[in-house]
Design a protein around this ligand. Structure first.
Ligand code: HXC
Length: 516
């Protein structure tokens, strides 16, 4: 024990803060299989690098006098530390203190680290576990959320914002993450919803459980809100570290240099046999991506939602980038409302953080039908057009098979501004597939034939001869090169090297008006 009583007092104050909601509540948190805010930060950050800010802040009472007791730290631990040797600003909500709810001072602490993060060009990682706005603080809590949301928006595109959901996250605790770049959830443990089951029951009489309302399964496969789910807190925090390993600390920095692991040679060689001769037979675009990327360097985002499209972070030749693709093994890789949203937001994310975008194309076009049209597929599809056309980072596209109609145009086509456009010999670039095309173009001729089927078949075969290879498009300069599939990785690496100093300053305007 130190002799100086002032040191003793410091140690007492620190211990009080670090006790969070007290032994009983911490035990309750552990009994649920959950960690405390400080235990989580220790897992997230490099060992011994966490430095706390404003740990002695206390809340200032409340309008209802419910929580009269002074609450050390006001239910959130904030500060800075390091991940893989790079500084990040962090906050971790402490569910053992008033359910991790957000009051005035709690919000002020979060705002403080967000301000520091932006001023210093460093990422913000939030560890969320919160009942949302603290009811007893009324409008002070609401103001707190508004202050955070404003900062989420102003930081967007300047520093990466990662949200790790580690418990029930209600109201503002769900909305703030929705404004961030990446949301990671824990299966069966984290939940995101605007209104909890109790409120829903009192308003609508409906009885729902947390899981079906907003569990990891819901948000990674149905709503498209979260990017990744992990089996445990530890895995979720490790994923947050991994996501950041692909990103620069801010929009003006470079992603960390990675030791380039080579390709998987066997996968790369197999690319020449990937696309089946039968144009209706599916194959895995994931396998193509794995073969082109550095070994083990592809981290798919939103793997369970809109699976007809693929988005993810990767490294090719050691360079961090974003990968976008159609997945022909899922509803033929067709574009639809959800895949459009998934791709558009990811393209903008890459563009904001200066990650080149490599796009693999195999799509028969947009999904036809009343549901899609009434659901606004025009508006949603337009987001992809907007995002690709606006993105000023290096863009490389590889057409592996079908690039029909709208799908050709939206998926990083040359005339939307893609820089290097490659096609495999199996590429088919056309307005639509052969059968659909001849039925429209030669309707009268087919109808007038005594035996229409052979006529239709012959016309379709003629159409295919023209469009089922890339050379008609290549003759017009629509693709820059036709390559052997096994050469793809080398060609992409060369293109990215040639494009690495690309400059495309934005036009002078406040901002465009993207169809959201
Ligand atoms: C004050 C709250 C609270 C809240 C929870 N608590 N939510 N206190 N304000 N919003 C307290 C509980 O009273 C309890 O205190 C402790 O936190 C833990 O909560 P439990 O209910 O025991 O835990 P659990 O069963 O795990 O359920 C957690 C929960 C539930 C799902 C979060 O508490 C819940 O539904 N809370 C209300 C959520 C909500 O509607 N929030 C307002 C959102 S509006 P004790 O002392 O018993 O430990 C909002 C405004 C912004 O956020 C909107 C932006 C668009």
């Amino acid at each position: 024990m130190p002799k100086d009583p002032r040191l003793t007092e410091l140690h007492r104050m620190r211990a009080k803060t670090r006790a969070g909601g007290g032994v009983e509540r911490v035990a309750r948190q552990h009994a649920k299989g959950k960690l405390t805010a400080r235990e989580r930060l220790a897992l997230l950050l490099d060992r011994g690098t966490f430095h706390e800010l404003e740990q002695f802040v206390e809340h200032r009472g409340d309008e209802l006098g419910v929580s009269e007791e002074k609450i050390p730290g006001d239910g959130v631990v904030t500060g800075y530390g390091q991940i893989d040797g790079r500084t990040v600003y962090v906050y971790a909500q402490d569910f053992t203190v008033l359910g991790g709810t957000l009051g005035e001072m709690h919000a002020a602490k979060i705002c403080r680290v967000m301000d520091l993060a932006v001023q210093n060009g460093k990422p913000v990682v939030g560890l969320l576990d919160s009942g949302g706005a603290r009811i007893q603080e009324g409008v002070r809590a609401l103001r707190g959320y508004a202050e955070i949301f404003k900062r989420n928006v102003l930081a967007s595109g300047i520093v990466p914002q990662v949200s790790v959901m580690l418990g029930p996250c209600a109201g503002g605790a769900a909305y703030s993450p929705a404004l961030t770049d990446i949301i990671i959830m824990v299966e069966k443990q984290s939940f995101m919803f605007l209104t909890g089951p109790d409120v829903i029951k009192s308003v609508t009489n409906e009885i729902v459980d947390h899981e079906s309302l907003g569990g990891a399964e819901v948000h990674t496969s149905v709503s498209g809100t979260a990017h990744l789910a992990a089996a445990s807190e530890k895995d979720a925090l490790a994923l947050a570290r991994r996501v950041l390993s692909y990103l620069p600390s801010s929009n003006t920095g470079e992603p960390p240099a990675a030791s380039a692991s080579g390709p998987d040679k066997a996968l790369e060689a197999a690319l020449n046999d990937t696309v089946p001769l039968d144009p209706l037979e599916p194959y895995s675009m994931h396998a193509v991506i794995e073969a082109v990327a550095d070994r083990g360097a592809f981290l798919e985002l939103m793997p369970s939602w809109a699976k007809n499209a693929v988005t993810g972070l990767a490294r090719i030749g050691g360079r961090s980038l974003g990968v976008v693709a159609n997945e022909p093994s899922v509803i033929a890789g067709v574009m639809d409302i959800n895949s459009a949203d998934k791709i558009a937001r990811f393209v903008r994310f890459c563009d904001a953080f200066r990650l080149p975008i490599v796009t693999f194309v195999d799509s028969p076009g947009f999904l036809p039908g009343v549901t899609q049209e009434q659901g606004g597929v025009i508006r949603h599809g337009a987001k992809v057009l907007y995002a690709y056309a606006e993105a000023s980072v290096p863009k490389v596209s590889v057409v592996t098979r079908k690039a029909y109609g709208g799908a050709y145009i939206v998926m990083s086509s040359k005339y939307l501004g893609s820089d290097v456009n490659l096609a495999w010999p199996s590429a088919e670039i056309a307005v639509m597939g052969a059968e659909g095309a001849v039925n429209i173009l030669f309707r009268d001729e087919i109808a007038a034939a005594p035996d229409p089927e052979p006529v239709r078949a012959k016309l379709a075969a003629d159409y295919r001869r023209k469009f089922s290879s890339p050379y008609t498009a290549a003759a017009l300069g629509t693709v820059d090169d036709v390559i052997e599939p096994a050469e793809t990785r080398a060609k992409v690496i060369a293109a990215l090297e040639a494009l690495k100093d690309k400059q495309m300053p934005p036009p002078p305007r406040k901002h465009g008006n993207m169809p959201v």
